[in-house]
Design a protein around this ligand. Sequence first.
Ligand SMILES: *[C@@H]1O[C@H](CO)[C@@H](O)[C@H](O)[C@H]1NC(C)=O
Ligand SMILES: *[C@@H]1O[C@H](CO)[C@@H](O)[C@H](O)[C@H]1NC(C)=O
Ligand SMILES: *[C@@H]1O[C@H](CO)[C@@H](O)[C@H](O)[C@H]1NC(C)=O
Ligand SMILES: *[C@@H]1O[C@H](CO)[C@@H](O)[C@H](O)[C@H]1NC(C)=O
Ligand SMILES: *[C@@H]1O[C@H](CO)[C@@H](O)[C@H](O)[C@H]1NC(C)=O
Ligand SMILES: *[C@@H]1O[C@H](CO)[C@@H](O)[C@H](O)[C@H]1NC(C)=O
Length: 479
Amino acid sequence: MNAAVWLLLSVGLNFGSSEGEARPSIECYEENGPSIELLKEHEFVPSDISGLDAKIIERRGKCNFNITWSLGVDGSIIFLKASKICLQKEGSRSCIRCDYTERFQNQTMLSGEKWQFYYIGFPVDENNEYHIEVFNLPPPNPGLDPPKKHIKRFSPGCKDSVLKYCKTCIEKGSLWAPNITVCHKKSEVVVNFTASPFCSKYVIRLHEPDPSGDLYDHIVVTKGNDTRISEKILLTDQSNRTFKELIPRFPLCEGHCPRHAEHQELCTEEPTDVSTDFVGNYIIICCLLASLFLIVCMVAALLYYKRKYGAGRNWALSPLMQHIPATILVVYSQEVCFQHTVLAFAEFLHECCHSNVIIDAWQKLRIAEMGPVQWLATQKEIADKIIFLSENNANPACDSTCRTTVDSHSGNSECMFNFAFNLFCSDWKNQSSLHKYMVVSFSEKNPTNSLPSPLNICPKYVLMKDIDSFCRDLSQHKV
Ligand SMILES: *[C@@H]1O[C@H](CO)[C@@H](O)[C@H](O)[C@H]1NC(C)=O
Ligand SMILES: *[C@@H]1O[C@H](CO)[C@@H](O)[C@H](O)[C@H]1NC(C)=O
Ligand SMILES: *[C@@H]1O[C@H](CO)[C@@H](O)[C@H](O)[C@H]1NC(C)=O
Ligand SMILES: *[C@@H]1O[C@H](CO)[C@@H](O)[C@H](O)[C@H]1NC(C)=O
Ligand SMILES: *[C@@H]1O[C@H](CO)[C@@H](O)[C@H](O)[C@H]1NC(C)=O
Ligand SMILES: *[C@@H]1O[C@H](CO)[C@@H](O)[C@H](O)[C@H]1NC(C)=O
């Protein structure tokens, strides 16, 4: 079956290639079965192979063995017809037969060196063990194993200076330089990196620097041919998470791709260093003094109005109050896709409504220390609003990414939802404490009926439809 289809893959005669020397060349083809010479007896046979070596070389993105063998210096060389090369990898064996195109006249090359040939064609993968053997034909005794030379080679990993240029390694990111820059800000981490054309999914891993070392994975899926990716990851006020590593998910290595931790701490939005600039310092101090003066004036004016019109009319304070960020506790059930819904919602609250967001998944350590009920009770005191997030099931786009992240969050969130529900439900009987609660869903089709019915008493908002009333009610938290 494996007839000589791909012969002459690569043949050569290298040493002493001075022009005009009459020399045999080789023709190589696949021969996995026994060679015809093994079946009959031969009166005269060539001696054994003299030397054997194999090196990994790369040509046009393909990595192959360059197998070199040399012939012994003796008279029997005139009987040599062919050499057979076999390579075994992980229990599978394939052989190539190289016929010498003419008989050898001389025992050595003109230069006096041994005859040497090489064959390039066996592909090499990273991290594998290879057994290579070569023997001459015809063999000494039919029925017996021909005397053969054998060598063993281990191929290195994709970091190797040769293998990193092979296609399979390139598609596992061997040449990919993500050039990561990270900007740690008070409430968010901005990670920029260069995407690889072979990988559309990445995990940005943050960690808590304290001994708990809590990890937090943020998944990025690139679209089209984005090259430079900029990802903003929102933090809660209590979190000190910092960038740990970028984990690519190349399809060829999936969970085992090399991770990239090296990065540059770089915040381009930050103003340039003005400490050396005397004029700059001077201007800043003046601005600070001016704004301090303004604040003093405003406070004085407010106090004056307050005294004049009485304490009952504190309307003058409300425009200021609206800018105090609301602290919002978000409670969600396990069915809600964490990555897509909860995080996106938290980001929205932070960006558009300037709110501090509390999510249980961000405070695992504190929950472990305080216990979930105590933690919830504390958050209830801190929070200005408590939002129950309703499941929006009809979102197949998120499902695959969701499943991978749900696992890491699932443990607590269902209990947390039930704890929160049981702990807070007594508030809903009381109109004065009811204003603290909100129910949010993202689709009109399925408005909130996935939540327990006592929650129906709380104000409901379907986003983005009710966005105006939602943001208005959110900012009216201090009465
Ligand atoms: C293969 O190995 C031989 C002997 O070492 C060398 O002369 C030849 O240049 C190599 N071929 C390639 C393509 O590297
Ligand atoms: C064999 O080698 C001799 C010298 O050692 C040379 O004169 C002769 O031409 C060679 N024959 C061939 C066929 O290369
Ligand atoms: C890496 O990114 C920095 C900042 O974006 C840029 O200045 C630098 O040229 C980049 N280096 C490479 C090798 O792309
Ligand atoms: C991505 O780039 C390739 C080649 O550069 C192009 O053929 C393809 O259309 C591009 N895809 C998108 C979504 O831009
Ligand atoms: C990260 O990307 C954003 C958006 O492209 C850009 O505004 C910011 O300057 C980048 N930061 C760094 C450090 O490259
Ligand atoms: C973050 O760091 C501050 C100061 O180092 C510390 O008081 C606070 O407890 C830390 N927060 C967490 C969640 O570890």
